[in-house]
Design a protein around this ligand. Structure first.
Ligand SMILES: Nc1ncnc2c1ncn2[C@@H]1O[C@H](COP(=O)(O)OP(=O)(O)OP(=O)(O)O)[C@@H](O)[C@H]1O
Ligand SMILES: [Mg+2]
Length: 153
């Protein structure tokens, strides 16, 4: 497992990380986001959406709808499992249609999903203080190689 750590100062930096990662994602990829309430997951998803060419207005938290779908060059699904406490509730959603489909999915509270696809990019968020977040990115060789950790600017 390859991992990379970054300190993000301010929400723009979080969004920018999403925007930077987007060009390296491919159809079928899953980005799994972990971290406490308010740690910056939605912010990063907003950057991913922008980077993927989603033209629609504000990317908001899908807390009520659970899944937001965006039409871009590659379909983009923003899934938020915060409101799903029960594993049965998650199973009933049929998330595998999204996660194993040809679009790109970003999942908040990913730890609540039992059987996430194994090939994915995991991003762990930690609140350092009001102005800073620490993120750790983890991925297998294929995705990490594609993103080019180690030869970043
Ligand atoms: N790097 C950062 N430094 C400081 N504040 C940040 C940073 N990134 C995001 N924030 C701020 O943190 C707050 C919460 O962000 P966001 O909604 O993305 O969190 P979340 O992890 O999606 O929360 P939830 O679990 O409630 O969905 C926002 O006010 C956002 O501006
Ligand atoms: Mg959120």
């Amino acid at each position: 497992m390859n991992s990379l750590e970054e300190i993000l100062e301010g929400e723009k930096a979080t969004e920018e990380l999403g925007r930077r990662l987007a060009p390296f994602l491919r159809p079928g990829d899953v980005v799994a986001l972990y971290g406490e309430l308010g740690s910056g997951k939605t912010c990063l998803v907003r950057g991913l959406a922008r980077g993927l060419g989603v033209k629609e207005g504000e990317v908001s938290s899908p807390s009520f709808t659970l899944i937001n779908e965006y039409a871009g060059p590659i379909p983009f699904y923003h899934i938020d499992c915060y409101r799903l406490q029960l594993r049965e509730e998650i199973r009933e959603l049929g998330l595998e249609d999204y996660l194993e489909g040809p679009g790109i999915s970003a999942v908040e509270w990913a730890e609540r999903i039992e059987d996430l696809p194994e090939v994915r990019l995991d991003i762990f968020f930690e609140i350092l203080d009001e102005h800073r977040r620490r993120v750790v990115l983890k991925a297998g060789a294929e995705i990490a190689g594609r993103i080019g950790w180690g030869c970043r600017t």
